[in-house]
Design a protein around this ligand. Structure first.
Ligand code: BES
Ligand code: MN
Ligand code: ZN
Length: 493
């Protein structure tokens, strides 16, 4: 049996030649052309009469005596890829959400690699079934899903099963990231996340070191400590290391772990965005969750991760506008807005990462509202100092269907927006190009190391169920970073 447990829920995933009797919901792939599975009991004309054309994401549930068979649209069979299968599987998962035992032949579609198909279908069903129920007394609030069988023919079964194993690990990691980001801020402070990192590290073959306030002072992490000054909760920096035998390359990951971003003295208005600032640790959540699955996925690269964790709070001891911080790498920063805190905590993380001399650094952060203005809620921004590394992030993003779009790191023209009269730089630029000026700020802390920055302020959450994403935190970036790490090649300079 495949282990699809992720500390949240446990789903029995298996591969079989036919749908087992216990499966009361059976999803059957139907393309926009070609044959229609006989088990549906309806031909194409009947499906079309009911508004089902086989388009990707469409479903049509046909009740039977024992449950339901679901026609699951996969779109044009000639241009089908794993991403379409993942979306179709998510649609099936949602259509069958009242049922506990599911089966589907979606991974058995010809013309698509059986391993990728197995992984994509498991990811789709498991991620669409995710619900955050941590604090609900209603026992009906959680996912009903208990078992999922992938139906596959003899030729493909073995590879589908291998893929399903990977898919279960990947979905578990993404669900874990959602769980962290959905958790209320007082239920998950910096210390709590560090404690979880220690537990997760022990379960998943990682070396974990936690740095408290005193140790951060010794490390001269002025950015993280500065942001923490207004908070009654102490900060934590967590370093996690995954070292496979004979590693191929060394990747460093840095995650913004602002457990709650009130804006500090530059207090945010009590609007809808302030309401979701418990999710301002989504970057750190994605990094920790990625780390948790590297061993299961047999990642070949060495990966070192830094989680930079603190609240951003206003108080009598909080950072003031006009204050100057000395960062880990010695550079000085004049504070012009305490709500531009993400870059301050990341700066120290990037310096620490660069000191390890990895082949590449990828950081991930809910960094700027500007990226929402530029790219909207479904696309992450990517910027970097090394095109080869940015290209790796882009190709992973395409492969696993978490879209990113590159913005220019326009240092030559825009660096002067960060000029300060009293320090090496200020922590905000002007009114425009906020995502770019934030990235130029970050670039000051990576030295010559190839680096790419992901701004996930847009896709960190969805306002309603949407494909594989369930209302709330998306875990965006987890599947992406896992793909980057598992395919990492040291970039050329
Ligand atoms: N955490 C926010 C960015 C954010 C906004 C994330 C919306 C998710 C959704 C970040 O710390 C922030 O406050 N950024 C400021 C920067 C500004 C003061 C230069 C912003 O984008 O408004
Ligand atoms: Mn902020
Ligand atoms: Zn923030």
């Amino acid at each position: 049996m495949i282990d699809a447990s992720n500390a949240l829920s446990s789903v029995d995933v298996s591969v079989a030649r036919s749908a087992p009797k216990v499966a009361t919901a059976v999803g059957l792939a139907v393309a926009t052309k070609g044959s229609v599975p006989r088990q549906l009991g309806l031909n194409r004309t009947a499906l079309e009469t009911n508004g089902f054309e086989g388009k990707a994401g469409q479903t049509l549930a046909v009740p039977t005596r024992d449950g339901v068979v679901v026609a699951v649209g996969i779109g044009d069979p000639d241009s089908l890829d794993a991403n379409d299968l993942r979306s179709a599987a998510a649609a099936f998962g949602r259509a069958a959400s009242k049922h506990s035992h599911l089966a589907t032949n979606l991974a058995d579609v010809e013309g698509i690699d059986a391993r990728s198909a197995g992984a994509a279908v498991i990811e789709g069903v498991l991620l669409a079934s995710y619900r955050y129920v941590g604090l609900k007394n209603d026992s009906e609030a959680g996912s009903k899903l208990e078992a999922l069988t992938l139906v596959a023919g003899e030729k493909r079964a073995k590879a589908v099963e291998q893929g399903a194993n990977r898919g279960a690990a990947i979905a578990g990691a993404a669900a874990l990231a959602r769980e962290f980001a959905n958790t209320p801020p007082t239920h998950l402070n910096a210390k709590d996340l560090a404690d979880r990192a220690v537990e997760i590290g022990a379960e998943s073959g990682l070396q974990v070191e936690v740095f408290n306030q005193d140790q951060l002072e010794q490390l001269r992490c002025g950015g993280l400590l500065g942001v923490n000054r207004g908070s009654v909760e102490p900060p934590r920096m967590v370093k996690l290391t995954y070292t496979p035998k004979n590693p191929v390359g060394h990747l460093a990951l840095v995650g913004k772990g602002v457990m709650y971003d009130s804006g500090g003295i530059s207090l945010k208005p009590s609007d809808a965005f302030h309401q979701v600032m418990k999710m301002d640790m989504s970057g750190a959540a994605a990094v920790l969750s990625t780390m948790s699955a590297l061993k299961a996925l047999r990642c070949k690269a060495k990966v070192t991760a830094f989680l930079m964790c603190t609240d951003n709070m206003p108080s009598g001891s909080a950072l003031k506008l006009g204050d100057v911080l000395t960062m880990r790498n010695g550079k000085t920063v004049e504070i012009h807005n305490t709500d531009a805190e993400g870059r301050l905590v990341l700066a120290d993380g990037l310096s620490l990462a660069a000191e390890e001399e990895p082949d590449g650094i990828v950081d991930i952060a809910t960094l700027t509202g500007s990226v929402l203005t530029a790219l909207g809620p479904k696309i992450a921004g990517v910027l970097g100092n090394n095109q080869s590394l940015v290209d790796q992030v882009e190709s992973s993003a395409e492969a696993i269907d978490e879209p990113v779009w590159q913005l220019p790191l326009e240092t030559k023209r825009y660096r002067k927006m960060l000029d300060s009269v009293v320090a090496d730089m200020r922590n905000i630029g002007g009114p425009y190009a906020g995502t770019i000026t934030a990235s130029i700020f970050l670039s000051e802390f990576v030295g010559d190391v190839p680096w790419a920055h992901l701004d996930i302020a847009g896709p960190m959450k969805v306002d309603g169920d949407d494909g594989i994403y369930s209302k709330g935190a998306t875990g965006f970036g987890t599947r992406l970073l896992l793909d980057v790490a598992c395919n990492f090649t040291p970039p050329n300079a």
